[in-house]
Ligand binder design. Structure first.
Ligand code: B1M
Length: 212
């Protein structure tokens, strides 16, 4: 098995120790750092995304895989100019006001980051005003909103309305998700997309940036 494949397997198995060891081996051998990311780390994470979507992998395993991938990225990153890092775009993500659930949102953040996006995770209980401030500060390409309660999902509409009021709505694409949320709801409130899980969210982000 090539070292790239071993890194990919290490990511899939969430084996942080193996990933670090193999990434270091390739770095010491003078391998192109971007090749380590693309052919090793990301290749593994792409398989994780597909298996998670198919129901063959579960949340704890995906989180371990994402952690293993991040540990590899941390070794490679100092060797790459920021401008050369794979950068698919910037995604700002948060859980809406009144809602404290963050496990799913953090998983989405990890998968989106693993797909090459820079992610700004602004946390939980985020009001429309805080979303707007964060958009001004970070100028993301995409905003991701998460809600897990039927009582908080309407906040998504409030946030979109507030962004319109502030003249920010057309500067970003907006995606939403969370257990009570549906595609129909996304259409109703004027979001640009909905996804059912973390790997579809990463796919959706890729799709949306390609339409800019
Ligand atoms: Co709460 N909770 N909870 N809870 N909780 C639910 C959501 C609930 C369905 C449980 C139930 O009654 N069966 C219910 C909501 C009912 C409803 O509104 N229809 C509920 C309730 C009622 C409450 C409280 C009101 C309970 C109370 O205090 N009486 C309270 C509310 C607190 C608040 O937010 N203000 C509350 C509190 C909590 C805890 C703090 C104890 C804890 C949260 C801990 C944390 O997140 N740090 C908690 C938990 C853990 C759950 C359950 C059990 C699990 C949620 C979870 O993490 N799932 C949940 C029941 C359930 O879902 N089985 C429940 C795993 C996670 C990976 O999946 O979050 O669905 P999920 O995320 C998925 C997708 O939804 C999607 O991708 C993720 C990964 O694949 N996704 C996105 C999510 N965000 C996305 C964003 C995207 C795209 C996709 O784009 C941006």
């Amino acid at each position: 098995m090539s070292c790239f494949n071993e890194i990919g397997e290490g990511v899939i198995k969430g084996n942080e120790k193996l990933v670090k060891e193999k990434v270091q081996e390739l770095i010491d051998a003078g391998t192109n750092p971007l090749a380590i990311i693309n052919q090793g780390l990301m290749a593994g994470m792409n398989i994780v995304g597909a298996r998670f979507k198919a129901g063959d992998m579960f949340v704890p395993e995906v989180m371990m895989a994402a952690r293993a991938m991040s540990s590899g990225i941390a070794l490679v990153k100092p060797l790459i100019n920021d401008s050369d890092m794979p950068n698919a775009g910037k995604v700002l993500i948060g859980t809406v006001k009144g809602d404290l659930h963050d496990i799913g949102k953090n998983l989405v953040a990890m998968m989106v980051e693993s797909a090459g996006f820079k992610v700004v995770n602004i946390g939980i209980d985020i009001s429309p005003e805080k979303f707007a401030e964060a958009v001004k500060e970070h100028t993301p390409d995409i905003i991701g909103m998460s809600a897990m309660l039927t009582t908080t999902m309407m906040q998504m509409k409030e946030i979109i309305e507030h962004l319109k009021k502030e003249g920010l709505r057309d500067t970003v694409k907006i995606i939403i998700g969370g257990a009570p949320v549906t595609q129909q709801f996304a259409n109703e409130i004027g979001a640009d997309g909905y996804s059912v899980d973390a790997s579809s969210a990463a796919e959706l982000c890729k799709e949306l940036v390609s339409t800019f």
